[in-house]
Design a protein around this ligand. Structure first.
Ligand code: TYD
Ligand code: MG
Length: 457
């Protein structure tokens, strides 16, 4: 056997170091290096090779015809299937990350129950809760009678032996990867080495048996799956379950998907009976809207393939501070600085003596630059105290020169707005025909200054 070698592994990014240091060279985090042995099974040195087998490459064209679309296990929970790209793929591994308490176990218990009652064999392995606790949750969710198999295990070899009995499972859920440990690695459970080795074993299991494996991972405060960012590279798909504290919405966001589109989202609402699907998120996000207040603009966003309307709220207030405050929730703060600079430089709107607060309603998070126009409108509206028309939606990107630039999927955004009763839109010129119900009173500026002049009357 190879001589045991000691390494220091960064618990944040997984980088290996020969000697201890206070700071990881690779990711720059402090106090994340932990001593871990690397002897035994996961050693990849030449000494651990058993024999060399000759593989046989095949040509891509020879596969023509006998490979269908990825075989999927459809859960029947529409929003979950949407996020996975049409269901769990057999023989693949999926990582679901999220803050503790966000509802990962709840979602997966519901998915497990839905699949089991459709005749699939589903095994739910929990390393965090006892079987009785999982049952209690299932009872609360009203799914206690479904034939899901439960196991409270943390050792990978035990788990594999447990699920090897009986019919081959269709879906195996591991809650969570941070509790797993394997005999093959000799560091403590929860360390990067253990998480990586255990995940590897579960992924290998998925590939060799054709079962779909779902790994649950907790996220650290930095927003990374705790420790093993490496796991993200190993699995076929990564979903994040997000939500703001105090709000009931939960968003399941696809970050990586080898078998389908990314940037798709599923929207849920947490209730006392578990997660409910939200088929029309716009209605939810616009639910608590007070349309006549200054500083509010409705943005027509696109999430994956679906349009979503959200309200953007701005508050611009006279500042008593030398350096006025800029605070943003749900959007990019450097993008806000840019919009403020463009408004000052090209539209003569001054924010230098004002605090600026920007909030995306409902705990929703926007990443699209198409929100620029809605943000700028909300800012100007708040500064001037003039409310924007209640039945108007906004979208469009703003360039540093103050020009309004077209964005993709204009028609889809307009259709969604029309469906929800909006009668006009402010959008980039050249976005094509306006949909039937959206027309009179719409405005298609080419420069931001034109829009500012219009809002300020
Ligand atoms: P959980 O699924 O245990 O979170 P995670 O696995 O991501 O850590 O969800 C925990 C939270 O969800 C907890 O605060 C209670 C809440 N909850 C409900 O509001 N309704 C329910 O029906 C259930 C089961 C949980
Ligand atoms: Mg949990």
């Amino acid at each position: 056997m190879a001589k045991a070698r000691v390494q220091f592994i960064c618990q944040n990014c997984g980088a290996a170091h020969q000697r201890w240091a206070g700071k990881c060279d690779s990711c720059g985090e402090w106090n994340t290096l932990v001593e871990e042995g690397t002897s035994g099974g996961i050693g990849s040195g030449p000494g651990s090779l058993k024999s060399a087998r000759t593989g046989r490459p095949v040509t891509l064209t020879s596969l023509d015809g006998d490979i269908e679309d990825a075989p999927r296990i459809v859960s029947g929970i529409g929003e979950l299937d949407r996020a996975t790209g049409g269901g769990f793929v057999r023989g693949s591994a999926l990582l679901i990350g999220g803050d503790p308490g966000i509802g990962k176990s709840t979602l997966l218990t519901q998915a497990a129950a839905a699949l089991a009652s459709r005749g699939h064999r589903v095994v739910y392995v929990s390393g965090e809760e006892a079987v009785a606790q999982i049952r209690l949750r299932a009872q609360r969710l009203g799914v206690a009678s479904s034939p899901v198999e439960l196991a409270a295990e943390t050792n990978v070899e035990d788990i594999l032996a447990t699920i090897a009995e009986g019919k081959r499972p269709d879906l195996v859920i591991i809650d969570s990867i941070q509790t797993l440990w394997t005999d093959l690695a000799d560091s403590a459970p929860g360390t990067v080495t253990q998480v990586r080795a255990s995940s590897q074993a579960m992924i290998r299991y998925a590939k060799s048996t054709g079962a779909a494996v779902v790994l649950v991972g907790h996220v650290t405060k930095e927003g990374q799956i705790a420790g093993p960012r490496v796991v993200e590279h190993m699995v076929d798909g990564v979903l994040y379950f997000e939500g703001e504290g105090g709000h009931h919405f939960r968003i399941l966001r696809t970050v990586k998907n080898r078998f389908g589109p990314t940037d798709e989202i599923g929207v849920f609402e947490m209730s006392d009976k578990g997660l409910r699907e939200v088929a029309n998120p716009s209605e939810l996000f616009l639910g608590e809207r007070h349309a006549t207040a200054p500083g509010a603009a409705v943005f027509a966003a696109i999430e994956g393939t679906r349009p979503v309307l959200v309200e953007i709220q701005a508050l611009v207030a006279a500042s008593t501070l030398g350096t006025p405050r800029r605070a943003v929730v749900g959007w990019d703060s450097s993008r806000l600085s840019m919009i403020l600079a463009v408004l000052e430089a090209h539209c003569g709107v001054r924010f230098g003596q004002h605090d600026v607060y920007l909030n995306v309603a409902g705990g929703y998070r926007i990443s699209e630059p198409a929100a620029d126009l809605a943000v700028a409108s909300a800012l100007v509206s708040s500064l001037t105290g003039l409310a924007l028309p209640a039945d108007c939606v906004y979208f469009g990107e703003i360039s540093l020169s103050g020009a309004v630039r077209p964005v993709a999927h204009a028609q889809q955004r307009l259709k969604e707005a029309e469906k929800l009763g909006f009668g006009r839109a402010v959008l980039p010129s050249g976005s094509g025909e306006l949909a039937g119900g959206i027309g009179a009173g719409s405005f298609q500026p080419t420069a931001l200054a034109d829009l500012v002049a219009r809002i300020a009357g």
